[in-house]
Write a protein that binds this ligand. Structure first.
Ligand code: UDX
Length: 454
């Protein structure tokens, strides 16, 4: 018994270093993972750059925050584009992260750090793990399918692929083991020059020495992609999500406007369409106005998140829009999204299909209108529409008539009613997976067991 007690005290003190990628959609699940591991007895150190960081003034009991000095400012994400930003960030951060880990080790002794868990995009973390002989685990905050596609892309012969992808026959070919995905669906658009993006995929996968992979998904959503990953990667894969279900930490980088909950309280059950395009996307004024007209014409009340800076050149928002909104809708700069989706008045979600938004919608049983913007979101939209059949894709140019039809289809037609029914049944399955004995619950237990042996 004494030995057991000694073990426990030691585990209590052991730390896990988390390295999130500095964007909301990546920080949130990483912090949620940190909270889950903290509840299992680990203390958590979050290593982050100077910008887009979670501040410790928000309440994170059991968390410590350390700065990776001289990290590339996040503003360069937009100016350089994702691929060049990632290349630069990973190059610059390698040695400063080593210093960071060496400081952490000095604080508490050499075997204090059980593991470094890093966002798959922060692959510079591997060098420090190797140097200090600390085990490392990759966290893929997107879907398992996206991770599997990344793997496929990392193994391709670049020259052949650059030619193949132009070939209509090849474009329609199913990606081996990833049905219904076709080659044309591989998430490469909006990422920058294709050859450079493929280089990143190779960096992410081929140099990896991490001992396992954590994915914020659950097996009932993506069993075939998970099987494919397990076969290919040959290391343990832990699908332990959706992490937000059990989380109570607020890792929002922007302030949430809670007044929308009061507005929702006044609306009829399942009548509101909620619109949000996540934390990064931009949208043109023309498209905003077409959407507004379509929403107005649909006669459904709507709650719309328009982030500051997300409609370039349109601040303040056009008067035409304000008028339409004052009659039927409500606009906020940032919403408490999970709470909004859980609200009984919300009946549909117009989404860009970021993976977090997708999971949050599934967990509340809300059917979706998908308007994906870049490659990875397009994968999620395919799954929403064709695999889980809980939403419709809005394709082509955004025009008011199309918006009106899509909203009516989702909120009023039989087709929408079927989607809602399937959403509710999927919600139950997903929620069961995080309860005691469920697949995600077990995956977390297995991960914790593994970390305790480190
Ligand atoms: C990015 C990518 O675009 C996405 O595809 C990838 O899966 C993760 O990184 P983002 O575009 O921000 O993320 O989308 P998403 O993954 O949906 O994350 C947005 C997060 O912001 C969600 O957790 C959502 O709840 C939150 N949010 C959004 C708010 O809390 N309030 C809002 O008003 C809008």
């Amino acid at each position: 018994e004494k030995k057991g007690q000694a073990m426990e005290t030691r585990e209590e003190k052991r730390r896990i270093v988390l390295v999130p990628f500095p964007a909301q959609g990546h920080i949130t699940p990483m912090i949620q993972l940190g909270q889950a591991l903290n509840l299992k007895g680990f203390s958590i150190a979050v290593a982050q750059g100077e910008s887009n960081k979670v501040s410790s003034s928000q309440h994170f009991p059991g968390f410590q925050f350390v700065t990776i000095p001289e990290s590339v400012p996040v503003s360069q994400h937009e100016t350089l584009g994702l691929v060049e930003f990632l290349m630069k960030l990973n190059k610059t951060s390698e040695s400063s992260f080593k210093n960071c880990i060496s400081h952490l080790l000095l604080q508490q002794g050499n075997d204090d750090i059980a593991c470094i868990i890093y966002d798959e995009l922060m692959y510079f973390s591997e060098a420090a793990a190797k140097e200090f002989k600390i085990p490392s685990v990759v966290f893929s905050t997107g879907s398992a399918t996206n991770h599997a596609c990344g793997y496929v892309l990392s193994k391709l012969n670049v020259e052949n692929f650059l030619l193949d992808i132009e070939d209509p026959e090849m474009q329609e070919k199913v990606v081996d083991g990833l049905d219904p995905l076709r080659y044309k669906d591989l998430p490469v658009s909006g990422m920058g020059p294709l050859d450079r993006f493929l280089e990143i995929c190779r960096e992410v996968f081929n140099k990896r020495t991490a001992s396992s992979v954590i994915i914020n998904t659950t097996s009932c959503l993506e069993s075939s992609s998970l099987s494919r990953l397990e076969q290919e990667l040959k290391i343990p894969v832990y699908p332990l999500g959706p992490l937000h279900i059990k989380s109570s930490v607020d890792s929002s980088l922007l302030e949430e406007d809670r007044s929308c909950i009061e507005w929702l309280n006044k609306q009829k059950s399942k009548s509101v369409i909620y619109i949000s395009l996540g934390s990064i996307a931009h949208i043109e004024t023309k498209e905003v106005l077409e959407m507004a007209w379509g929403l107005y014409d649909s006669n459904q009340p709507f709650l719309w998140v328009i982030r500051p800076g997300s409609v370039p050149g349109s601040e303040p928002l056009p008067e035409e829009l304000s008028k339409m909104v004052s009659e039927r809708g409500y606009i906020v700069k940032w919403a408490p999204q999970s709470e909004v989706l859980a609200h009984p008045s919300v009946g549909g979600f117009w989404s860009h299909c970021g993976w977090n938004s997708t999971l949050e919608s599934i967990v509340e049983g809300v059917p979706m209108i998908c308007r994906p913007l870049n490659g990875e979101q397009k994968l999620n939209a395919i799954y929403i529409e064709r695999v889980w059949r809980i939403g419709i894709q809005f394709k082509g140019e955004v025009k008011r008539g199309g918006v009106e039809r899509a909203v009516k289809k989702l909120m009023m037609d039989d087709e929408g009613a079927y989607m809602r029914k399937r959403s509710l049944s999927l919600k139950e399955k997903v929620k069961a997976s995080v309860r005691s004995g469920g697949s995600s619950y077990n995956a977390l237990e297995e991960l914790v067991e593994y970390l305790k042996t480190k």
